[in-house]
Design a protein around this ligand. Structure first.
Ligand SMILES: *[C@@H]1O[C@H](CO)[C@@H](O)[C@H](O)[C@H]1NC(C)=O
Ligand SMILES: *[C@@H]1O[C@H](CO)[C@@H](O)[C@H](O)[C@H]1NC(C)=O
Ligand SMILES: *[C@@H]1O[C@H](CO)[C@@H](O)[C@H](O)[C@H]1NC(C)=O
Ligand SMILES: *[C@@H]1O[C@H](CO)[C@@H](O)[C@H](O)[C@H]1NC(C)=O
Length: 180
């Protein structure tokens, strides 16, 4: 009897911890902004957020690559807002075609894991035709990131053969778990 009561108490405690850790963190997409620098190569069809409910916003991106490309540098830069966006921690350039053959760089692997399952970038170069990210949302894994509370911008520049072709900028808000 005593030990089963202990068990119930333990289970209840565990539930409270799990419940708190998944609900007291706010992590949401707040804005997206895409731009093609070269409309004869990249046509952006959609780049928008859609609110599904109070807690969930999804990102849809769809662009047409009018010519195939076999040479892609993906430039990821993270900014944190504090009276203007200031560079914050991440600033990496990844060889996209090499990455698609064999993933490398821990930061790139983490960032790609956020949108990989929602996108048709699931083969090696060349990338050609419609490239999309469909109904992407931030998973709970991403929410476990040890980020300080704030507004962030992840700016991604796509460079083909050494020339910038388009940008996908995603802003998000993170509010730390202050309860525990
Ligand atoms: C993306 O963000 C960068 C850094 O703030 C900015 O220079 C660039 O103009 C932005 N591009 C778009 C399409 O919003
Ligand atoms: C723009 O795209 C065309 C292909 O449509 C390409 O030949 C040209 O080099 C690109 N220009 C720049 C500045 O990247
Ligand atoms: C992407 O946009 C093109 C052109 O508007 C459209 O034909 C295609 O169905 C779209 N793909 C997805 C997955 O939404
Ligand atoms: C790649 O993604 C597209 C669109 O989601 C899907 O139809 C296709 O089967 C996928 N291919 C592979 C090799 O996973």
């Amino acid at each position: 009897m005593k030990s089963s009561l202990k068990m119930v108490t333990l289970l209840a405690l565990l539930c409270i911890i799990i419940f708190n850790s998944s609900n007291s963190v706010v992590f949401k997409l707040t804005n997206v902004n895409c731009d093609s620098y070269n409309k004869t190569w990249i046509r952006i069809n959609h780049c928008r957020l859609k609110a599904i409910n109070r807690h969930k916003t999804v990102f849809n991106f769809n662009a047409t690559f009018l010519h195939p490309t076999r040479n892609i540098i993906v430039h990821y830069q993270l900014f944190k807002r504090e009276s203007g966006y200031k560079p914050w921690l991440i600033n990496v350039r990844i060889d996209g075609c090499k990455y698609l053959r064999k993933p490398y760089d821990a930061i790139a692997i983490f960032l790609f894991s956020i949108y990989k399952d929602f996108s048709n970038i699931n083969h090696t170069c060349p990338l050609y035709g419609d490239i999309f990210i469909k109904d992407m949302y931030l998973s709970t894994d991403v929410m476990r990131l040890p980020l300080p509370t704030g507004d962030y911008l992840l700016a991604i520049d796509w460079i083909f053969y050494g020339k910038p072709q388009f940008a996908t900028n995603v802003s998000f808000q993170f509010v730390e778990d202050l309860v525990r």
